[in-house]
Ligand binder design. Structure first.
Ligand SMILES: C[S@@+](CC[C@H](N)C(=O)[O-])C[C@H]1O[C@@H](n2cnc3c(N)ncnc32)[C@H](O)[C@@H]1O
Length: 239
């Protein structure tokens, strides 16, 4: 699909796209990333450094992989929020299978108007979600609002390798092989064409850290993962 303009319909299109690919979403994540997505989520939660008896929010939680990664580490409370019911339903099945119902609560809601009060969470995270928001800036402001002072935010997002040769190899995979394979397995005409298009339009590294700073985050930094095909960003709410 051509990138929809970020109007009122944008979020509806995104929600319905994820609803359609939900049954194959986890499988495609594992296969298309060659299992690297598991490593990226582990690194993100290492950076979040969850503490016992603290409370965390995974925004755009999808099928809850990041929420499950937090729950694995510590006895803390984890909320996951997403506006796509089929993704959340699959997430809930995984939470039940892993006996984490007491630790993880999945809630339907929009990341641009989070259904939580101010200063509530010790930490918050989002993986591969902000790029799909109609306003990523509003998403960041909402994450800032629900964080308690000194709380930490962690973001995982796709990026392009900086090395020119790697970039060329990766672009060939991302722009050509991934959309064809993604369409075949997900049976969705355009979701895996939208993925590289949306990544190419989203700010990366210094561009995204500037966006975080504008939303008010301090101590903002980033780290390249897997040759820079994914970037891990962290920021803190001032105390
Ligand atoms: C690429 S998936 C990522 C899911 C999960 N975080 C992961 O790492 O697998 C993007 C998710 O963001 C959700 N999403 C996109 N825009 C959203 C918004 N404005 N509010 C809530 N969820 C949103 C989609 O429904 C989808 O589940």
């Amino acid at each position: 699909m051509n990138l929809p303009d970020r109007s009122a319909q944008f979020s509806q299109q995104i929600e319905s796209m994820f609803g359609a690919i939900a049954p194959r979403y986890d499988l495609l994540n594992r296969v298309l990333s060659f299992g690297q997505d598991i490593y990226w989520r582990k690194k993100a939660i290492d950076s979040l450094a969850p503490l016992k008896e603290c409370c965390y929010l995974d925004v755009a939680t999808g099928t809850a992989d990041l929420a499950l990664e937090i729950a694995k580490r510590r006895h803390c409370k984890v909320y996951g929020v997403d506006f796509c019911t089929p993704m959340l339903n699959l997430g809930m099945q995984k939470v039940k299978r892993k006996h984490r119902e007491k630790t993880i609560s999945l809630v339907a809601g929009c990341g641009e108007a989070l259904p939580f009060g101010d200063d509530l969470f010790d930490g918050t995270c989002i993986a591969f979600g902000l790029r799909n928001f109609s306003s990523p800036e509003n998403g960041l402001k909402e994450m800032m609002r629900i964080l308690r002072p000194k709380g930490r935010m962690v973001v995982l997002e796709f990026s392009m390798p900086e090395n020119m040769l790697l970039k060329w190899i990766y672009k060939s995979y991302f722009d050509i092989i991934l959309p064809v394979f993604g369409r075949f397995v997900s049976r969705h005409e355009s979701a895996y064409k939208y993925l590289p298009e949306s990544v190419s339009q989203f700010p990366q590294r210094e561009g995204f850290t500037q966006m975080m700073e504008l939303a008010g985050f301090k101590q903002v930094s980033f780290q390249n993962l897997t040759f820079g095909i994914v970037t891990l960003y962290t920021g803190v709410k001032s105390g």
